[in-house]
Design a protein around this ligand. Structure first.
Ligand SMILES: *[C@@H]1O[C@H](CO)[C@@H](O)[C@H](O)[C@H]1NC(C)=O
Ligand SMILES: *[C@@H]1O[C@H](CO)[C@@H](O)[C@H](O)[C@H]1NC(C)=O
Ligand SMILES: *[C@@H]1O[C@H](CO)[C@@H](O)[C@H](O)[C@H]1NC(C)=O
Ligand SMILES: *[C@@H]1O[C@H](CO)[C@@H](O)[C@H](O)[C@H]1NC(C)=O
Ligand SMILES: *[C@@H]1O[C@H](CO)[C@@H](O)[C@H](O)[C@H]1NC(C)=O
Length: 401
């Protein structure tokens, strides 16, 4: 009995020692919390590790080792007591059936400061089934499928090296975030995947997307209302719908957009290039200002340069009243390459609210299809020009439509 007791005590002590060592080193390996590669759900193991790591006052790291795992929808909730890193080396697969999700996000991270999502792993949203069931083009009230990642009120954080694959909806959605950087981030989904925006930014500030590669079926990056100080630099986009500010002006209570810089990017085979889009007949006034697009290579891109204040996909607009969103302080500079549509530069501003202080500099876009060389289309805008203009911009178009 005494011997048995001491054996148990020794084992317990060893276990305790092992756990203490783990907690002290600040590394939480999810396989120690019951995670197994294969067809079992890993979310409970990650949540258990998160609970401990989040309570730790020193920096901690949760590690998902190489291997393929299933993961159900999951919310990693803060606030936490110290900086926290989730390092994913393996592949996490979402449930295939979109109706299995109760929430709008597959992986949601909420109210966390100093969070890092790292590793060479992949979040595979298993989107193909959802894409065939998406009829949001015909029904704006449609049910939204789960996004691969949602960041809500996340601050001073980094997403690095991770891959988001085949999301059922947007790959990444930011809401109310401050100071977040996506670095060496990869997004992959086929051109025909539905509504798979790469990174959608809403009501957030200080967001940087750098050195990243986005191939998807919708906008590579979309900047929604209430966003400030957004930088997209050294990003390759395509296939996809390009890099967009908007669409803005569809709803009431939209906050201003200001400070968007898209620089040193390459777009390949996208249906649009860099664009600012607002809906006609806005329910309230809005503003979008201080937006700069420069050093951009367009490779077989449709509508490479666009301001469109009559944006109305699938003819969802009931009125053709002009947009009430005021666009000002915009520059498009050093944009070169090939356009896959004849209109290479389209600047269609609002009749009720013309664009102001728009600068067009060093544009060199060629079109080799039928119908003649590249052209521009302009309305309600008087840009200032510098450098080369190919096509000549706003020379033959009416100033008001
Ligand atoms: C932004 O977040 C990063 C990563 O946590 C941090 O190193 C940096 O100091 C933060 N910047 C500001 C201005 O708070
Ligand atoms: C991870 O990203 C960093 C840059 O943030 C890069 O220097 C590093 O090489 C990447 N690591 C791997 C394994 O891809
Ligand atoms: C981006 O900048 C780097 C370094 O300055 C340069 O080599 C590269 O050609 C640039 N790419 C584009 C698309 O302008
Ligand atoms: C772009 O499209 C062309 C023509 O469809 C295709 O040949 C080429 O491989 C595409 N490029 C990339 C990088 O996907
Ligand atoms: C536009 O830029 C001018 C200076 O060039 C500045 O005075 C003005 O405040 C800016 N407007 C907006 C809305 O950012």
């Amino acid at each position: 009995m005494a011997k048995e007791f001491s054996t148990i005590t020794a084992i317990s002590l060893l276990l305790l020692l092992a756990q203490t060592t783990e907690a002290q080193s600040g590394v939480f390996d999810v396989t120690k919390y019951g995670a197994k590669a294969g067809n079992t759900d890993i979310s409970q193991a990650i949540l258990s590790a998160w609970k401990e790591a989040c309570a730790s006052t020193s920096a901690s790291k949760i590690v998902v080792p190489a291997g393929t795992y299933l993961m159900n929808e999951m919310t990693l909730q803060g606030p936490c007591k110290g900086p926290l890193e989730l390092q994913i080396q393996g592949t996490l697969k979402a449930p295939d059936d979109p109706s299995q999700f109760k929430q709008a996000g597959w992986l949601t991270v909420e109210r966390v400061d100093q969070f890092t999502l790292s590793g060479t792993g992949t979040l595979d949203g298993q989107g193909p089934t959802a894409w065939t069931q998406n009829h949001c083009d015909k029904n704006p009230e449609c049910k939204q499928f789960a996004m691969n990642m949602r960041f809500n009120s996340v601050t001073n954080s980094v997403v690095r090296n991770i891959t988001s694959l085949d999301s059922k909806n947007f790959h990444v959605n930011l809401l109310g975030c401050k100071n977040m950087t996506f670095d060496h981030f990869t997004i992959t989904a086929p051109e025909n995947s539905v509504n798979t925006d790469g990174i959608h930014i809403g009501r957030s500030s200080g967001i940087n997307i750098i050195d990243s590669n986005i191939k998807t079926g919708d906008d590579c990056v979309s900047v929604g209302h209430g966003s400030q100080q957004i930088t997209v630099e050294r990003v390759t986009c395509g296939p996809g719908h390009g890099i967009s500010v908007g669409s803005l002006g569809r709803y009431k209570n939209e906050q201003p957009v200001s400070g968007v810089t898209v620089k040193n990017c390459t777009l390949i085979n996208t249906s649009n290039g860099v664009r600012v889009k607002t809906w006609p007949a806005s329910p309230a006034a809005g503003t979008a200002a201080d937006m700069h697009f420069e050093d951009i290579i367009m490779n077989n891109v449709g509508n490479p340069v666009v301001i469109d204040q009559e944006y109305c996909p699938y003819n969802q607009c009931t009125s053709k009243e002009p947009s009430l969103v005021k666009i000002s302080n915009v520059s498009f500079k050093n944009i070169r390459g090939t356009s896959s549509t004849r209109v290479a530069v389209k600047l269609v501003c609002s009749k009720g609210n013309p664009c102001e202080n728009v600068e067009i500099g060093d544009i060199d876009l060629s079109y080799s299809g039928a119908g003649g060389p590249a052209t521009s289309q302009c309305a309600n805008i008087k840009p200032t020009f510098s450098g080369k203009q190919n096509p000549p911009t706003c020379v033959n178009s009416a100033q008001s439509s």
